[in-house]
Design a binder for this molecule. Structure first.
Ligand code: FAS
Ligand code: PHB
Length: 390
């Protein structure tokens, strides 16, 4: 099989790039290890930057997002007995975010790939990039007993943190930066009316909590839990009781609880791999970087990688201009590290740390007091949360 661009990974990064390249007549193939149902069974991100939303529209996949997604112009931070609102619209110069689940946007991307007869190969086993530094790289994968080779010009590693692509870069070339946090997030999805029309991030001495949503009948809640906790340690009743302990009384009092339809614990880490290019392999999304979800930057960091790669590939194939490809890694990493900083800052601000000093906790309180006393501080938070320019 021959193609121009072979994309490893059928998550949002891989599918969005595949769709954008297809619309520009650049042939590509997506290789996904799991089934489509498995990929669509993952519950992950919920907040889209305006840049991500724009790319979805450019990919002709934004119609349901614009119809069913919710525009949010602010969110709340509950702390020290107060509930302060961050006015994103005012402090970002009129911008906002869209609340629309990653599961849904991945479904929209799959549907578009199918509608346009795109090649997305599921259940691809033992996917292996080959000859990445040669002018004719290829990717092999196993389909039952058969090994298939896909010859291509470029390989895109959009296969997430546990994928094969980053591991195909020699250790003498790759530099990894990592910070692991001493806690995780226990997340619950429930068919209940959300407790608040806007997100509530809560800093509490018992631990962080977040009230989010997927729609007006589907709520998404999180609480910070110790790393040693397992999902089976948490009954629904225990979850709801702990969540309500960490929220302001007036919020807890109006909370509608119900059975969890999804419950999982995600560990929190900050991670960046450099460079994001090796020969004709380009890394994008979680394959290259991971952030703690506190700042809702995870999926959104993938968006700028895809934007840069998309424009670089179009320049290469349509104008024989390789500058975008040559400059990709440095350009993508510059924005990735700003998302890393913001996610780290939000995480340090709002979580309780097992080994923190009383001094550290006073600094957190002071940081929040300063934030809500300074328009400059709120402008800084807002411009990062709605998404820095691509
Ligand atoms: P993905 O991991 O989504 O997709 C990679 C794809 O590659 C997967 O489908 C995988 O099956 C496939 N793959 C892996 N290895 C392969 C191989 N060898 N061959 C072929 N295919 C292979 N972000 C937020 O903003 N907010 C959140 O609340 C949030 N919660 C999260 C919870 C969890 C448990 C995780 C893991 C991430 C969360 N994220 C969140 C971040 C998440 O949304 C990612 O940023 C987003 O999925 C990135 O998309 P991709 O880069 O496409 O990677
Ligand atoms: C979510 O709705 O899943 C969500 C929202 C905001 C975050 C993290 C997760 O910062």
């Amino acid at each position: 099989m021959k193609t121009s661009v072979c994309i490893i990974g059928g998550g949002p990064s891989g599918l969005l790039l595949s769709q954008l390249l297809h619309l520009q007549g650049i042939h590509n193939v997506v290789l996904e290890r799991q089934s489509r149902e498995y990929v669509l069974g993952r519950i992950r991100a919920g907040v889209l930057e305006h840049g991500f939303a724009k790319l979805m529209r450019e990919a002709q996949c934004g119609e349901r997002m614009d119809r069913e997604g919710e525009i949010h112009e602010g969110f709340f931070i509950a702390h020290d007995g107060a509930m302060d609102r961050v006015d994103l619209h005012k402090y970002s110069g009129g911008s906002s975010v869209i609340v629309y689940g990653q599961t849904e946007l991945t479904r929209d991307l799959y549907d578009a790939r199918e509608r346009m007869n795109g090649t997305v190969i599921h259940n691809a086993e033992d996917v292996t990039p080959q000859d990445l530094t040669s002018p004719r790289p290829s990717v092999t994968y196993r389909r039952g007993d058969e090994t298939v080779r896909i010859e291509c010009d470029f390989v895109i590693g959009a296969d997430g943190f546990h994928g094969v692509s980053r591991k195909s870069i020699p250790k003498t070339v790759l530099k990894e930066y990592e910070k692991v946090y001493p806690f995780g997030w226990l997340g619950v999805l429930s068919r209940t009316k959300p407790v608040s029309p806007e997100l509530i991030y809560a800093r509490h001495e018992r631990g962080f909590a977040l009230c989010s949503l997927r729609s007006q009948v589907l709520s998404r809640y999180y609480i910070q839990v110790p790393l040693a906790d397992k999902v089976e340690d948490w009954s629904d009743e225990a979850f709801w009781a702990e969540l309500q302990r960490r929220l302001p009384a007036e919020v807890s009092a109006r909370m509608i609880t119900g059975p969890s339809i999804e419950k999982s614990i995600a560990p929190l880490r900050s991670f960046v791999a450099e460079p994001m290019r090796y020969g004709n392999l380009f890394l994008a999304g979680d394959a290259a970087h991971i952030v703690p979800p506190t700042g809702a930057r995870g999926l959104n960091s993938a968006a700028s990688d895809i934007y840069y790669l998309y424009h670089a590939m179009v320049a290469h194939y349509k104008r024989s201009d390789a500058s975008g490809l040559e400059g990709y890694s440095a350009k993508a990493l510059a924005r990735v590290w700003k998302a890393q900083r913001f996610s780290w800052w939000m995480t340090m601000l709002l979580h309780t740390f097992p080994d923190s000093l009383e001094y550290d906790r006073k600094l957190q309180q002071t940081d929040l007091a300063y934030l809500f006393s300074s328009e400059a501080a709120q402008r800084s938070l807002a411009e990062n949360y709605v998404g820095l320019p691509f």
